[in-house]
Design a binder for this molecule. Structure first.
Ligand SMILES: [Zn+2]
Length: 470
């Protein structure tokens, strides 16, 4: 394939020839061979394909199939009823197909329950998740289907009688998963969506990824359902997982929660085990206590290249120097500045606000910095995240931590680089590198004025077009 008239980041216009999975030549005036497909870039910027360094593919796939049931899309009881009835009317005829809702909040219609749902949708199984993630509200059809289960005897205790009677199931995810039969969702839609943003690689940050999820990812890739290169984090059960095609085993994900921190020695043992298995660690830290706890464990267990802190949401100056001292990488979410910034400005003490989801300060401290969207908790569009890294603007139009602003090129580099060593510099498009590319609808200088407005017109994945805007 030949891409003509593309603008490289250096500003020069060039033609780029792709041979099989690699770039064969970058030059001016390349002519198409017989039968060679040609894509005219019209001066649009041609960039390395994006890599989302922290996302949750299975949850994102499920959320794409789900009905939004709360703010900002749904604000009133009437609107929620209408959406549910519309979805129920799109029946596949079997009436056994679940309607899965997400994001419910009581500001819409109060503490809705089984009876409320039965009145709106009597003849299809419905389950709606509260936006806290802890509560499911289920109708009678749904409860009957769950009682029938997947035909196996249950090993997880059932919710109590009152919860079932009301159809309000709190902290019952494991029971639900077992009763629903646990088929992991298909990935073709999520893969196509990511390709439309120019994403050619993702890191799945699931802490509970096990050989079962790994196999699912490998199978989806083999079927062509998942096109992106994939790095899979997970627990110790993935120590023996072999890289298969474009699916690779990633770091051990360690999930810290301030309210239930492990014994420091136990954390050191987990880190040591992971390193001995040839895996870095990725430690989830959203509070200052968590990040300090993680760094001190890494200091005593010994850190290795690729060890990373996920989120590092709050990073006061002493944390910056500790991160730098131990050579740790930070994988941040600039999109949370945009999506959650207004709530942070209202709820977080003013003293701490400059330390939230920092950008510039990490780079100045010499810390390797990369980004992921944390979808579906965050919007999966990395261009929104990049623009937030540049302008630090919330959805409400306010600014959070303006001293942390990055240049557009630095923001782009956050979503680039080697997934096993995130936080490097931007790759140059030259002969010999893998043909994972994204082509923008405008030159880079125009894209820089508002990265959130960028449209990707074509995405090349391993030398083949995986997305083209028509
Ligand atoms: Zn996450």
């Amino acid at each position: 394939m030949l891409i003509r008239n593309a603008q490289l980041l250096s500003g020069t216009i060039a033609d780029v020839r792709i041979d099989d999975t690699r770039i064969a030549a970058v030059d001016r005036g390349l002519t198409a061979g017989p039968g060679e497909p040609v894509l005219d870039a019209g001066g649009g910027a041609l960039l390395p394909g994006l890599h989302d360094h922290h996302t949750h593919l299975l949850a994102l796939a499920s959320s794409l199939e789900s009905l939004r049931c709360g703010p900002p899309e749904v604000l009133t009881e009437e609107h929620l009823e209408m959406r549910l009835r519309e979805r129920a009317a799109q029946s596949d005829g079997s009436h056994a197909d679940w309607i899965r809702g997400v994001g419910y909040h009581e500001s819409v219609a109060g503490d809705i329950d089984r009876a409320w749902l039965d009145r709106v949708v009597p003849d299809r199984p419905v389950r709606i998740q509260h936006r806290s993630g802890r509560l499911w509200i289920v109708n009678s059809r749904g409860l009957a289907q769950l009682a029938a289960g997947a035909g196996q005897p249950g090993t997880v205790p059932s919710p109590d009688h009152d919860a079932l009677a009301a159809g309000r199931l709190l902290d019952a995810d494991r029971w639900l998963r077992e009763r629903l039969g646990g088929q992991p969702p298909a990935l073709h839609r999520v893969s196509a969506r990511l390709a439309s943003f120019g994403v050619t690689g993702v890191t799945d940050a699931g802490a509970r990824n096990s050989p079962e999820e790994y196999r699912h990812f490998v199978e989806c890739t083999a079927r062509g359902e998942l096109q992106q290169h994939l790095l899979v984090m997970g627990d110790a059960s993935l120590d023996g997982a072999a890289d298969t095609g474009s699916v690779r085993r990633g770091p051990t994900k360690i999930y810290l929660r301030e309210s239930a921190l492990p014994a420091p020695d136990d954390l050191c043992v987990s880190i040591g085990r992971s390193h001995a298995a040839g895996r870095a660690v990725a430690v989830h830290c959203v509070t200052e206590t968590e990040v300090v706890f993680a760094i001190s464990a890494l200091a005593s267990a010994g850190s290795r290249p690729g060890d990373r802190i996920e989120h590092a949401s709050v990073a006061p100056p002493d944390v910056l120097s500790l991160l730098a001292e131990h050579g740790l990488t930070v994988v941040t979410q600039p999109n949370f500045v945009r999506e959650r910034g207004d709530a942070y400005l209202a709820d977080i003490p003013g003293r701490e606000q400059p330390w939230l989801y920092r950008g510039r300060a990490f780079l100045e401290a010499g810390i390797a910095l990369a980004a992921g969207t944390d979808a579906p908790l965050g919007d999966p569009n990395p261009w929104f995240a990049m623009q937030a890294a540049v302008d630090r603007r919330t959805l409400g139009g306010r600014v959070l931590g303006d001293a942390e602003a990055l240049t557009p090129e630095e923001a782009l580099a956050l979503f680039s680089g080697d997934p096993l060593a995130p936080g490097g510099s931007l790759a140059c498009i030259t002969a010999g590198i893998p043909a994972d590319l994204c082509l923008l609808d405008r030159p880079w200088a125009a894209a820089c004025t508002n990265l959130a407005a960028v449209k990707v017109i074509a995405t090349v994945q391993s030398g083949r077009l995986s997305w083209q805007r028509i």
